[in-house]
Ligand binder design. Sequence first.
Ligand code: COA
Ligand code: AMP
Length: 635
Amino acid sequence: MTHFSKYQKEYHASLEHKEAFWLEQASKLDWFVTPEKALSKVSEKKFTWFEDGVLNTSHLALDHHVANGRADQLALVYDSPMTGTKKTYTYKKLHDQVARFAGGLRALGVSKGDTIVIYMPMIPEAVIAMLACARIGAIHSVVFGGFAPHELALRIDDAKPKAIITASCGIEINKIIPYKPYVDKALEEASHNPAYKIILERPEQPEKLDYVQEIGFYHVMSQGKAIDPEPLKATDPLYILYTSGTTGTPKGIVRDNGGHAVAMKYSMDHVYNALPGEVYWAASDVGWVVGHSYIVYAPLIQGCTTILYEGKPIKTPDAGAFWRMIEEYKINTLFTAPTAFRAIRKEDFEAEHLWKYDVSSLKALFLAGERCDPATYEWASEKLGIPVIDHWWQTETGWPIVANMLGLESFPVKPGSATKPVPGFDVRILSHQGEEVASGKEGYIAIKLPLPPGCLPTLWQNDERFVKSYLSMFEGYYATGDGGYKDEDGYVYIMGRVDDVINVSGHRLSTGEMEEIVAGHEHVAECAVIGIDDELKGQVPFGMVVLKNDVVEANVMQIENELIALVREQIGAVACFKRLIAVQRLPKTRSGKILRRTLRQMINGLSYKVPSTIDDPKILEEINESFQLQKIHSI
Ligand code: COA
Ligand code: AMP
């Protein structure tokens, strides 16, 4: 008789007996009305989960724990080496502040179904604002604080929020980021005008508010009476999170309440093996999906203590910052991006800082957000001596697609692979024609529909774009945008994006958007921006521009500088667009399509085939030479 492992049984059950499997997972949560139906088909391509269930995510994250013995346990620890501040919140205290802030929002007229933009640094009030929106059924859309006003304006116009919640400033190493002026600038650009700006005044940057449209965060809290969580349908949206696609218009990923809560709970138990009462730290930012899922919602739904860290892996004050945190808060699970470990390894290769701290509480390190290079994996494993888990997921899915599931059955690690598909995700490797390819052969990574609970049901008010972006490439599948392969043991290897999305220090950005910005400059005839490998940041953008004929040689450098400044101003410093070259021509097919993929392979030193359709093969060599020369110049 064939012996099936625990993982195999669970994986099989999740795909072949979806109703029973997911209803059982759902039963582990405290619903107002427990669902009796798991999956519903809305149309040929669209599905929803738990449509007859009623719940509230803020209730699961707070009220449930207060009522069940965790009132005095720490829910949230805030540690900010940027400001030298530390604060703790028990479940009871966090519940109280969230319930009162929710009451304050309601007093301002915010109600179920309204949208709220949150543009805040890594401070507790960001978490309070998110949970308060969830409590009244308002749909939050958190915008990463590193985005420039233009990016904020795009999101405001799409989400059309009733209010924006922000802070007077964010704090980066040695500089203050003036959030409130950025919001004002974004509102000048946007066509939509929210009724209120709610502003948390930080001592580092006082603000003058008009107290009519601009109201203080704690004033709103003091005006509200604590309110109970609103019963919501499982399919009601919890949040919108914009993410980069292939164009300049970000995609508004929608997350529902019910499927999301079930996925958060399931992943904490089975992927992260994070037990209630333990301390869980996702060293990311609330503006990214990792922050939504694993700083805010999953640890709190699970009854863990979550950590909010306003600092960096290095320089705040040194490469021992993470180890200090682990010792101080007895952290059990750490989740971050490989780039953070590359930064620590670069500064402190011998891990001398590590020996100064007691990090024995740490059970596992999880890495995601970008490819984990084997050198970083080896270094982290050797120095920490605990499981180091590379796992793969996306803003769209909200939780891991491929992982080594510590809470189910752990497999031997193969560096370079994120291990095996997580139950619920039917991961297939497809050829261009949509046929499954043999193991070991690279192809497009797709997920057979339906996607499991927690994944995006659609894009915000744009079903058409949802279908076009994800469901049209392969009939019956969700196209992930990543390429890779499976080996003969079923391990999945993610080889990188097959579209115009790049990951810079774990920050997802669109080279397509950068091209749109660069092409908008009056002296640019055409351009291409691709991602190139970077030792620290994983990838950085690299631009090639063809300038208009009337540009004289003497002005080229100035224009290059203007283009760099333009991308920084429009997207933000996180784009790290610092390298570009002016070229005579771009390589194209005879039908005029720029050969970005070939450029990417050539410049990153990968093997590449010169397509037979290229109009002039010499151009590739010319560009490669200029790139190599520029590299030498910049060393
Ligand atoms: N608000 C405003 N500006 C921000 C910002 C924020 N939240 N985050 C970064 N920036 C700015 C930085 O100040 C910097 O500006 P500069 O060009 O004027 O110096 C620029 O964006 C690039 O910053 P960063 O990407 O942090 O690069 P770095 O070289 O300063 O630091 C690392 C490198 C690896 C230490 C850092 O990128 C890091 O901690 N990465 C982890 C990222 C992460 O957690 N990603 C989440 C995915 S899970
Ligand atoms: P984001 O939506 O910001 O989470 O970025 C998702 C993208 O990051 C994926 O589509 C991948 O390209 C990349 N990514 C995330 N995790 C990994 C990983 N473990 N290995 C390789 N790439 C990853």
